[in-house]
Design a protein around this ligand. Structure first.
Ligand SMILES: [Zn+2]
Length: 329
């Protein structure tokens, strides 16, 4: 669990004999010192940065975060550029619902990347929750089929009626009420009810101790709570509490990883509905690199999350296309 700041080596200042130390810098603010010995190593500062800063960052979760970031970028770009989708005419309603949810998943994932790039990953947590919820609903819809759409329609009407009833007598009730008055909530669809609740979907898929747990963690960081307030307090025992404006939050790589995993599941769920699969290459690469297993296997498959990245890919991340080290941007 690390913060995904860009890390680029920047030699700060070189020592001159007889003082052979050089100060080593990183774009993230890290500082180190190395002994200048140009005979043994043309750039000992770079070696110091690599061994004592960048490699530890990658090993602490940075590599997974960078790989997730790259795959999310590729997938949401693929979504934005994708052409037509093709489906069988008898699942028109299912497609309408799925397409909307899939679009929200992709656009929200892109928003998470944007927040991550300006060091506001904490503020992206509610968005990660949105991606998770929509992905779970999409999985449930794809598995259950047509009557899950009826369950969604019923839930929608029930919600609208609740909203109208809540506003009765208040300043925004007039006008809207008449519009919704004729809406009768249809009979419940008992066998499809599970598709309309996060806990029930996780229970049905056998992922309560993994994905439902994640959902609860995300909820805890979304609603007002001690957890959310505590991120801005450095030391409760100090008189000034150690108040801070930058949150104490270092789960960037974890939440980028989960966002990437959700995108894979959501894309695969869409493709099971379509007659011509889309983003096949992008989804395959993300699945392989992030170690994504089918959603029902998350709690039981030991290989889930086991990264599978080529040596060339790691080298490209460490040294960049141009040969200069850069990451996380
Ligand atoms: Zn750094």
């Amino acid at each position: 669990m690390v913060v995904m700041r860009p890390h680029t080596y920047t030699p700060v200042s070189a020592g001159t004999p007889p003082e052979p130390t050089i100060v080593v810098g990183c774009t993230c603010g890290w500082r180190g010192t190395a002994t200048a010995d140009t005979n043994a190593n043309p750039d000992p500062g770079f070696q110091d940065w690599l061994s004592n800063h960048f490699k530890p960052f990658l090993e602490a979760g940075g590599l997974r975060g960078i790989i997730a970031h790259n795959n999310i970028s590729r997938l949401v770009e693929g979504f934005a550029n994708a052409g037509h989708i093709h489906w069988m005419s008898n699942i028109r309603r299912t497609i309408a619902l799925s397409w909307g949810w899939w679009s929200i998943i992709n656009r929200t994932a892109r928003a998470i990347l944007v927040l991550s790039s300006v060091y506001q990953m904490r503020e992206a947590v509610p968005l990660v929750r949105t991606v998770l919820e929509h992905t779970l609903y999409l999985e449930a819809l794809q598995r259950h089929g047509e009557t899950a759409v009826d369950a969604a329609v019923r839930e929608h009407i029930r919600n609208v009626r609740n909203i109208v009833n809540t506003g009765q007598g208040g300043p925004v009730s007039s006008g809207s009420r008449a519009d919704f008055e004729p809406l009768e909530v249809p009979d419940p669809i008992p066998d499809a009810a599970w598709t309309q609740q996060v806990s029930a979907i996780c229970d049905r898929l056998g992922v309560t101790n993994s994905l439902y747990l994640l959902y609860r963690v995300l909820c805890g960081q979304t609603h007002p709570s001690l957890t959310t307030a505590d991120q801005f307090i450095g030391d409760p025992d100090r008189e000034d509490l150690g108040i801070r404006r930058e949150p104490n939050f270092d789960q960037d790589s974890d939440f980028l990883f989960w966002t990437g995993v959700m995108l894979v599941w959501a894309g695969q769920a869409m493709n099971r509905l379509l007659t011509q699969p889309i983003l096949v290459e992008e989804l395959g690469l993300a699945e392989q690199e992030l170690g994504v297993v089918p959603v029902e296997e998350v709690s039981t498959n030991a290989n889930f999350g086991a990264m599978n990245v080529s040596k060339e890919r790691i080298e490209q991340i460490m040294f960049g296309e141009s040969g200069s080290p850069a990451a996380g941007s």
